[in-house]
Ligand binder design. Sequence first.
Ligand code: ADE
Length: 239
Amino acid sequence: MRIDVVSIFPSYFDGLTLSLLGKARESGLLDLRVRDLRDWTSDRHRTVDDTPYGGGAGMVMKPEPWALALDELAGRPDSTDAARPTIIFPSPAGEVFTQKTARDLATREHLVFGCGRYEGIDERVFEYAATLGEVRLISLGDYVLNGGEVATMAMIEAIGRLIPGVVGNPESLVEESHEDGLLEYPSYTKPSSWRERPVPDVLLSGNHAAIAAWRREQQLERTRARRPDLLPDEEASAD
Ligand code: ADE
C-alpha cells in the first residue's frame, strides 16, 4: 500500500519509523511518504494560510498549495487511471473513524492524508480533491485536536496493521477489541498468583471449550458495562 501524507509539521510522523510499521516500511509492505505542504508554496514566507472571508477567529488554509500538492500526489483532474486514490482529510466535522473504517481503507492501494491546521482548509479544496479521487472527511472522535497530524497517525497505525504481513501472527488481529464488535476479553500471564490475585481457574484448566465460553462471557460483560452502545439488541438487555 502507498500512503502519502501532507502536513506543515512533517516531523510529527517520525514515530512511524518505529516498531511494526517501521518494519513494514523497510520490507516494502508499506510505502509511506510524508511531505511538507510548504514545498508547494512559492512566496518568500512559504505562506499556507490567510484570513477567513466573512470574518471570524483564526486563519484558513489557502487552496493553492493544497491543489498543487494534490496534483502531484493524487494525479490530474479527470484522470482515467483506474487506481484513483482515496483522499482523507482528518476533521472533527467528519464521519467517525472505527475499526470498520480501518478495514475498508486497508483494502485501498493508495491513500493520501491532508492534515489541516488552524480553523481548517478552504472548502473548495475538498471539491477539487473529489475530481482526483474519493474524498473522505474522517474524525477520530468527538473532541478537538490542534490539527490533523495526530488523527492521521492513529489512522495510519490502525490501517497499516491490517495490511497482510504487517502483524506477524494474523490470529492476534482477530481476537482484538472491536474485531467482532465486542471489547476484548481480559488476558493474564505468569505467575498464576500475584500479590494475592489468582488467575481465573478456568484459564489453567486446559479445557478449551470452557475457556472459549468464559472469554465470550467476559467480552459480553465488559461491553455491557463499558460500551453498551456496541451491543447487538439481543445482548443489550441480558443480565
Ligand atoms: N482535527 C482536529 N480535531 C480532529 C478530530 N477529532 N479528528 C480528526 N481530525 C481532527
